[in-house]
Design a protein around this ligand. Structure first.
Ligand code: SF4
Ligand code: SF4
Length: 364
């Protein structure tokens, strides 16, 4: 099969780097590269997904432009990563749609679901749209709990199947046996490395920006975004347990666990993506892949919209704005889930799997 231009360029750079080896202490990419003499497509995809795009190897490199070797590892590995997301996507036909129009597709999904909910209420009971309600069960006056569970259960199932298929494609491409995933030591090491964002530190000094002064802001905002997402997920799971096991209906009091988790998580997925977007704007464009900008922006925008609409719903849930805000929030959550397997979110999944393989290789 013919290689893409990005894979060909990554092969050239890794061959140069393998002779030089100056950057071997910066991250996992260079030690993993040194274990190889030649680079197949799967090897390059593995190395690209190990890279956290900190920029250190670009700033440190004596062969970076204007040198004739034209070595720019972060941007080339970012291009390879971006291509790999489309190659592993399931169903594959959907990947180009999200790749080219990620933000537009996500926003259309938000508006469609919100309009569907509002239209449903407007037809059955128009006054309910702007009525102010209080106490348990008030959300379900707009959309019955069963219908909500069905809609979001289907979105969750879709995303889960697409993630499993994507992970399988990545694992096959890099040539790892399934049995590796049952080995506790590499798994544990990868969990540690991923949870601490170990390789997002430019070898210890932080990520590089346009002014070549490294700092840790990308790592900080990544943590906020990741833990914000996990807290939101924990909030929804707790609320589901409340509903089915304790027979307690939402909305819950401000001090109750689902609300506390959801509020902290909502703040995380608003502030984290804002910080990441600002950090992206400060980066030297030479270290980035312009082709993945749309995908990045779409993912950050959807996280912020989900968090902001959830927080607004919490503040105004006993006013006449509740119906509109609930429809908007549910639309955002639905769109976020169905677009997750085709957007930037997948970088977390493939990076984690690449770290599992790296831990196994190191331990061997
Ligand atoms: S990025 Fe540059 S300095 Fe670093 S290993 Fe490659 S060629 Fe050497
Ligand atoms: S950009 Fe950072 S993580 Fe990526 S290869 Fe260079 S030093 Fe490693």
């Amino acid at each position: 099969m013919q290689r893409s231009e990005a894979l060909t360029e990554a092969d050239r750079l890794m061959t140069i780097c393998n002779s030089c080896r100056y950057c071997e202490g910066l991250c996992a990419v260079f030690p993993a590269m040194e274990m190889r003499r030649a680079f197949g497509g799967g090897d390059l995809n593995y190395l690209a997904n190990l890279c956290h795009s900190c920029g250190a190897c670009y700033v440190d490199c004596q062969f970076s432009p204007p040198h004739e070797f034209d070595v720019c590892v972060p941007s080339v590995l970012a291009r390879v990563r971006h291509e790999s997301y489309a190659d592993y996507a399931w169903p594959r036909a959907l990947a180009p749609l999200f790749r080219r129009n990620g933000l537009a597709v996500s926003l259309i999904a938000v508006v469609s679901i919100a309009a569907f909910i509002l239209g449903f209420v407007a037809v059955s009971d128009p006054k309910a749209l702007f009525a102010s309600r209080h106490g348990p069960g008030s959300f379900y006056a707009l959309m019955p709990h069963g219908a909500m569970a069905l809609l979001f259960g289907a979105a969750f199932l879709w995303a889960t199947v697409a993630f499993i298929m994507g992970a399988r494609a990545f694992w096959n491409d890099i040539g790892e046996p399934t049995a590796t995933l049952a080995e506790p030591r590499p798994l544990l090491q990868a969990v540690r490395d991923a949870a601490g964002l170990r390789y997002l530190d430019g070898g210890g000094v932080g990520c590089y920006n346009a002014d070549e002064r490294p700092n840790d802001s990308r790592r900080f905002y990544h943590h906020l975004t990741f833990w914000g997402f996990m807290l939101c997920f924990a909030s929804t799971s707790t609320a589901t347990l409340y509903h089915y096991l304790l027979h307690r209906e939402a909305p819950y009091p401000l001090w109750d666990l689902p609300v506390v988790l959801g509020t902290l998580g909502g703040l995380g997925i608003v502030i984290g993506p804002l910080g990441l977007h600002a950090a992206k704007r400060r980066r030297d464009p030479a270290m980035m892949d312009p082709g993945s900008r749309g995908m990045d922006v779409a993912f950050l925008a959807m996280l912020m919209l989900t968090g902001a609409s959830g927080l607004a719903l919490l503040l105004l849930r006993e006013t006449g704005a509740m119906g509109l805000l609930l429809a908007l929030h549910l639309g955002a959550v639905f769109a976020l889930f169905v677009t997750l397997p085709y957007g930037k979110f997948v970088h977390g999944l493939y990076r984690f799997l690449a770290l599992v393989r790296y831990a196994k290789e190191r331990q061997a």
